[in-house]
Design a protein around this ligand. Structure first.
Ligand code: FAD
Length: 435
């Protein structure tokens, strides 16, 4: 078995090295999870975030198999850390990799190498030879040190990510706005393998504009900023666009169920920029970005520093403060702190922005991964546009995430898709190769 990786060894494992946790169903609390999260609850969460845009039998199959993942992945050498509380609210549902995604990957590479798997780096797949009518993979061309090498195999597992790092492709769905997007992960997920597969008769699934996109610090690098540029403070303040207008309910629901809508919301604003504004009492309540917040001693001064229209900003803050109803603030539950008579309202965790110093983070859409991909069945077998399954081609992870995620996201589902379908794809490809 051969793994070919476009990136140098240091960057192996693409976006997976940025991850921290995985969502799996389980019937009882474990050493590292604070309570049960059964298949029905997982399904309800998935249904809600995707608004029903998911392949139900396939999604339920994935959720069912996710129960086995925690034990299986631990058997491959991966360790988990004790559950996390705080603002993440994921202690019951999501398992956190001890040492993060990179440590998890290192354990998996070690196990794979012990099993005799060869990995070659700096080796992008640049061509695929596929029999279009049957979906039979014959060979892949990889380009290494400027040389083309032909690799034949009895089966192919495509786990080469989405096309989020390919701005030109993003522009096809999003238009010029995509120039202002920041890519949170690896610059190597350019969708080249996905494009080749779709060109060679594999059925596409998903909408090219649907993706996982969060609001990240606008000062983040164009690629690979990772987790440290993400901002979790939307629920603690208010968010305005460059005209100093609010545009969405910042306190709609718990952050893990809502954070992935904010990339899209900011993408819809003028110049794809927004500002999360809060005051002194919220500063220590969330994980900060890599960059310090912009600070000012008055609302006026903050508007000037953010280059926002001062009068409009003052009015937005004052209207917001007037609309806040007294309540008991509790970020661990859907509390009763809300606004009244404000459009859009803030449903929970609404507190007046009145205690200096005042702060803001500028944010842009941070694209995590795209959902347009290859259709698969429950065996992770790619499906042909002309009908039927491909003879020996399987897919896992971002490249087929759109089967489960027609839209939306809840924390940790990327790794559920990657690990559950990765395991299935590996097993089926091995069986296929042996037959
Ligand atoms: C900052 C960040 C944080 C995240 N946190 C979480 C989290 O905590 N939990 C969660 O569930 N999900 C998280 N995700 C999403 C998660 O990373 C993805 O869902 C998952 O890693 C996808 O795995 P994958 O194997 O499909 O892609 P990747 O892990 O990106 O792997 C794709 C690989 O394919 C290689 N490749 C690309 N093109 C080619 C080619 N032509 N030839 C050869 N190789 C190629 C790339 O170099 C890369 O190594 C996060 C993503 C980011 C960016």
């Amino acid at each position: 078995m051969l793994v070919v990786e476009a990136a140098p060894e240091f960057y192996r494992g693409g976006n997976t090295r940025h991850t921290r946790n995985m969502r799996c169903a389980h019937d009882a609390a474990t050493d590292t999870l604070t309570g049960p999260y059964d298949e029905d609850e997982f399904w309800d969460d998935l249904y809600r975030v995707t608004e029903g845009h998911t392949d139900e039998p396939l999604a339920r199959h994935m959720i069912h198999l996710s129960k086995d993942m925690l034990g299986w992945i631990a058997e491959q050498g991966v360790r988990f850390q004790p559950s996390l509380g705080g603002t993440l609210s994921l202690g019951r549902t999501n398992s956190f990799f001890l040492g993060g995604g990179r440590a998890m990957l290192n354990a998996l590479y070690l196990t794979a190498e012990k099993l005799g798997v060869t990995v070659i780096y700096d080796a992008p797949v640049t061509d695929l030879d596929v029999e279009t009518e049957t979906g039979r993979f014959r060979s892949a061309t990889i380009t290494r040190d400027g040389e083309e090498i032909l690799v034949t195999a009895r089966a192919l597992v495509a786990a080469s990510g989405g096309f989020e790092a390919n701005i030109d492709w993003l522009k096809e769905g999003w238009g010029e706005r995509a120039e202002n997007f920041l890519i949170r992960g690896t610059p190597y997920n350019r969708g080249d393998v996905l494009k080749m597969l779709l060109d060679r008769g594999i059925e596409a699934i998903g909408d090219p504009t649907q993706c996982h996109a969060v609001a990240i610090d606008a000062r983040a690098p164009k690629f690979d900023g990772g987790i440290i540029t993400r901002l979790d403070c939307v629920v603690f303040g208010m968010v305005v666009n460059k005209h100093a207008q609010r545009f969405y309910d910042e306190g709609e629901d718990f952050w893990p169920k809502r954070y992935a809508i904010w990339g899209r919301l900011v993408a819809a604003q003028p110049d794809q920029i927004a500002y999360i504004v809060f005051d002194a009492k919220s500063l220590k309540m969330f994980m900060p970005s890599l960059f310090p917040p912009i600070q000012a001693n008055s609302i006026n001064e903050l508007a000037e520093k953010l280059e926002l229209p001062v009068e409009a900003f003052e009015k937005t803050v004052s209207d917001f403060n007037t609309a806040v109803r007294p309540g008991t603030f509790d970020h661990t539950e859907l509390d009763d702190c809300h606004t009244e008579g404000l459009e859009p309202q803030k449903s929970h965790w609404a507190r007046r922005i009145e205690d200096a110093p005042f702060y803001a983070y500028p944010v842009r859409p941070g694209i995590t991964f795209t959902y347009l991909g290859t259709r698969v069945d429950q065996d992770a077998r790619m499906q042909l546009a002309a009908g039927g399954g491909a003879e020996n081609m399987f897919a896992a992870g971002e490249i087929m995430a759109g089967n489960v995620l027609g839209r939306g996201y809840a924390a940790g589902i990327g790794m559920t898709i990657g690990s559950v379908f990765g395991r299935i794809a590996g097993e089926r490809a091995a069986q296929n190769a042996r037959n």
